[in-house]
Write a protein of this length. Structure first.
Length: 215
């Protein structure tokens, strides 16, 4: 998409500014660590100042993968929190109420993620892209962020993954693999989309017109 998508403009503000606003409006969030491409640290520092997010305490250079970036942010925390929230800067429409709900659930179980129930019929295919079987969807959920975990659980999960050379698709997978905490589901929202393609940005522009009042 030409540059880090989190810095692209969405209704007059960088996409990441929308994500920061949701976290900043959550009463339980005391500080925010941004992990970004190392060469973009100054841009994100300026973004936090320009858009009034005074909860940002660190901007750290991330790694080659999302997983490495999250681990870098965890290591940067001088005073670890009881609960850590992970949120994708390319999901601009997560609301503060969802952030709070995920935190409260994680305080009970050790881990919680926003997710939505799968509505489409899911097909599993073979290497030739031929349908192998249809998977029952009544117990399937599509994971989103925010995701929240007890700090010590999440840190241990990242350490184990690093030691084993394991690359997961999200932080919940690392915690599931560690096996020391349950990961609960908190119902997310269909408009909590992740901006990945130019088409997603077009949809997001439409959603942005009604989003400000719903933080």
């Amino acid at each position: 998409m030409g540059q880090p998508k989190q810095l692209l403009s969405l209704a007059g503000r960088p996409i990441a500014a929308w994500s920061l606003a949701a976290l900043a409006h959550a009463p339980s969030v005391n500080s925010i660590v941004i992990a970004c491409e190392p060469e973009q640290r100054l841009a994100f520092q300026e973004l936090a100042v320009t858009h009034g997010c005074d909860k940002v305490t660190y901007v750290v250079g991330g790694g080659a993968t999302r997983q490495e970036s999250v681990f870098a942010a965890l290591r940067a925390m001088s005073t670890p929190s009881e609960i850590v929230v992970i949120h994708d800067g390319a999901r601009p429409f997560a609301r503060s109420g969802l952030v709070e709900a995920v935190i409260k659930s994680a305080q009970r179980t050790g881990g919680a993620i926003a997710a939505i129930a799968v509505k489409d019929t899911i097909k599993q295919v073979d290497d030739a892209q031929v349908v192998d079987k249809t998977i029952a969807r009544n117990r399937l959920w599509a994971a989103q962020t925010p995701q929240a975990f007890a700090y010590d659980v999440l840190y241990s999960a990242h350490e184990r993954a690093q030691d084993d050379g394991f690359l997961g698709t999200d932080d919940a997978e690392l915690v599931e693999r560690l096996g020391s905490a349950s990961v609960a589901i908190v119902e997310g929202a269909s408009d909590n989309l992740k901006i990945t393609t130019p088409e997603d940005l077009v949809v997001a522009e439409c959603l942005a017109t009604r989003q400000d009042a719903r933080l």
